[in-house]
Write a protein that binds this ligand. Structure first.
Ligand code: MG
Length: 343
């Protein structure tokens, strides 16, 4: 099997602010595997605060090249992906790029998109939220107006209590659609977090993502006992092994391909989370329609989708899953359901 990869910088439409930082671009790496005349596409997206970079992805892929070029049957995911995972700890976005490309290759070889291979009905794909980053109140209002086609809006909070309330109030001046909140670990005190969540419950908020730092799991469990809104783990939920630990601290989990090494593990995580009675959300980083379309193949299985990553960038070089009337609409393309449109 041949392996090709190149860095690609995702240019954001607006500066994107979360609790810890603001950025205008996201480094990514695009990857192709080729075997038997079929090309599978994959992508790694690396928001800098998560620790991977174009250089670390290139280094991991160099390490993985002997393993991957020796692959004679890309269908053997059960053998290839654990061997890839064992090469080095971490590197989850780099591993996801390979996982996505192999899934794309297999689906193209079969002429079938992955949601059909998994036995899922594309008509069951959920609406997706659209994310409003932390910004000035005027820009928050403007971004909210621009997001009028979306049936649900995700709001980044977590800088300080007054700013958080001002952002929600500004959004409520513009729209009455349901909101979800992502505090990105920004609320450090459980009592003030509870007061803010109680207020959010009066503002049409549906759930709260990662209210407190991942190290404060006991405080999060305290909050879960009292919160009028469901709490969803993001930074606390990276991979399959994390899920069982979250029962009792959260009501659900946010699964992302770039955190969990790709589609194969994400599928297992959804099944396990369901078995443990947890709600499931499918999220993303800023990504092209390559990784977004891949994640969307799993979307008929989840309660909530936040797959707006390709909408936040100016230079999407893939076409695949689209959003029609706020709802994820999977393409009929095989594999991950995306095609390359420019280089
Ligand atoms: Mg999050």
């Amino acid at each position: 099997m041949l392996l090709r990869h190149a860095p690609y910088t995702l240019e954001l439409r607006h500066p994107f602010g979360i609790a810890s930082n603001t950025r205008t671009s996201t480094p990514a790496t695009l990857l192709e595997v080729e075997h038997d005349g079929v090309i599978g596409y994959g992508e790694a997206a690396m928001p800098p605060h998560l620790g991977e970079s174009q250089a670390s992805v290139a280094a991991f892929l160099t390490l993985a090249t002997p393993l991957l070029t020796a692959v004679h049957d890309p269908f053997q995911l059960a053998e290839i992906l654990p061997a890839l995972d064992a090469l080095a700890p971490g590197n989850t976005a780099a591993k996801a790029a390979v996982d996505i490309a192999l899934h794309d290759w297999i689906g193209k070889k079969l002429g079938t998109p992955w949601h059909r291979i998994w036995g899922l009905d594309a008509a069951q794909a959920p609406v997706t939220s659209f994310t409003i980053g932390i910004d000035t109140i005027d820009i928050v209002r403007q971004k909210t107006r621009e997001a009028s086609i979306y049936k649900i809006i995700k709001v980044k909070l977590g800088r300080d209590d007054a700013t958080d309330r001002a952002i929600i109030t500004a959004i409520r001046e513009v729209t009455d659609v349901p909101l979800t909140i992502d505090a990105n670990q920004g609320w450090k005190n459980r009592d003030s977090a509870l007061r803010l969540i109680e207020w959010c419950a009066t503002q049409g908020v549906v759930f709260i993502e990662q209210p407190m730092p991942k190290e404060q799991l006991d405080d999060t469990a305290w909050l879960r006992e009292r919160s009028p809104l469901p709490l969803i783990a993001d930074e606390n939920c990276q991979r399959l092994v994390d899920i069982a630990k979250l029962v009792g601290a959260f009501h659900g989990v946010n699964i992302k391909l770039m955190k969990c090494t790709g589609l194969r593990e994400a599928h297992k995580m959804i099944i396990l989370a369901r078995a443990l009675g947890l709600k499931v959300m499918l999220g993303c980083m800023t990504e092209t329609s390559c990784a977004i379309s891949a994640a969307a193949q799993l979307s008929p299985l989840v309660d909530w989708a936040d797959l707006d990553g390709a909408l936040l960038i100016k230079n999407d070089c893939f076409r695949g899953t689209t959003i029609v009337d706020g709802k994820l609409t999977l393409s009929k393309l095989p594999g991950i359901g995306a095609e390359k449109i420019s280089r």
